[in-house]
Design a protein around this ligand. Sequence first.
Ligand SMILES: [Ca+2]
Ligand SMILES: [Ca+2]
Length: 178
Amino acid sequence: MAVPLQDFWVRKMRSLFVIFDKDADGVVTKNDFLGAVEDELKASMKEIKTGSFEHLLLNVWVEFWGGPDKLTVTFDEMCSRYARLFNEPNLRNLMAEFLKVCFDAVVPEEDQHLTLDGYTLFLRNYGVHPLSVPPSFQAIDTNHDGLITREEFVNAGIEFFTCTADTPAKLFIGPFLG
Ligand SMILES: [Ca+2]
Ligand SMILES: [Ca+2]
């Protein structure tokens, strides 16, 4: 029998799910998920980055959302797929790889870090209002130097998806909706 999922973690996943369930009907379609990357963000990426980003996004859909065949996913289905992160280290590696590509996609080649403006652009893509971004930025900027490094970004993302406790990383993708 499956171990019950930890309540706080489920609430984090809820904050993630609603970003993609824009019409709030309890279902996220594959098109909702893959279409979440807006042209504006794509335009700011190099062509090769766009290709690898879309490829990874598809992998994330297959591993954590609908699976290889389904075109829709419910919240419970998504949760049970993300819960596999607790037992399957290779999935953590995939998630870390995805987060690295996300980071590289929004950070200019010559820079090594994400600014508040860059993170605002990234989260706006997911419908997060610019005024809601600074608390998330501060949560991820763990050494408080006003810049997010790749390592800070990936660590916060992994913590968002794999930590069951209430930590600042709950703000990784914007406001925590509880
Ligand atoms: Ca929906
Ligand atoms: Ca920092």
